[in-house]
Design a protein around this ligand. Structure first.
Ligand code: FMN
Length: 188
């Protein structure tokens, strides 16, 4: 089975959002339309939120597909200051039915922001708990599949654990050799 990953990143739009309309912001609508076509082709799913000029996007799929898209996203002039909030290896997709879900949850998001003492949708100010709450809201109040942290920190921990395991095996081998030697000496 292919390895799956979920990333959550935030960014600031470089365009000035159109005001005075209840429809989806036209730039965002264009991004969504393209995303849905491409993501279906590339086996990607996820959710996009746009508030107060900031994007919050979750992408799920195979490692290579997600990384290829993230490289494209970093070059897209419609947003800037991309910041990865989380990168996790997952067992299953959570947004399985959504090539790119878009949630215009203004009222509920405003309520959540207020509850957590935020004046506006500024994800650069969110702590880990707030990110978890936003994800919960965007996923229809259902917990997303828990993943395992991926990336340099994870790799570092993994390497340290591996070295500890190797050291433990070496110590056991030495202890065994010493015991065998002691036994051989005692039997002579
Ligand atoms: C906030 C934001 C989110 C985007 N999300 C996606 C996405 O989920 N999938 C996608 O294919 N393109 C997405 N794009 C557009 C890509 O940056 C890029 O323009 C597009 O993938 C290029 O597609 P093409 O190679 O078919 O021309 C997004 C752009 C922005 C600014």
């Amino acid at each position: 089975m292919a390895s799956l990953i979920r990333i959550v990143y935030i960014s600031r739009s470089t365009f000035t959002p159109a005001v005075g309309t209840n429809d989806i912001e036209p730039n965002v609508a264009r991004i969504l339309a393209k995303s849905r076509v491409n993501n279906r082709k590339n086996g990607l799913v996820g959710v996009l939120y746009f508030g107060d000029g900031n994007f919050f996007q979750c992408l799920e799929g195979e490692y290579s597909a997600v990384d290829t898209l993230y490289a494209k996203l970093q070059k897209d002039p419609r947003h800037k200051d991309l910041k990865m909030l989380s990168r996790k290896s997952i067992k299953r997709l959570s947004f399985v039915d959504w090539a790119m879900k878009f949630v215009p949850l203004e009222a509920q998001m405003n309520q959540l922001l207020k509850q957590h003492g935020h004046q506006s949708f500024d994800p650069y100010q969110f702590d880990a708990e707030m990110v978890r709450q936003v994800m919960l809201l965007l996923h229809g109040n259902q917990q997303v599949d828990d993943g395992v942290e991926d990336g340099p920190q994870f790799n570092h921990r993994h390497r340290v654990q591996h070295r500890l395991n190797v050291a433990a095996v070496a110590m056991s081998a030495i202890a065994l050799t010493l015991s065998a030697t002691a036994l051989a000496v005692a039997l002579q």
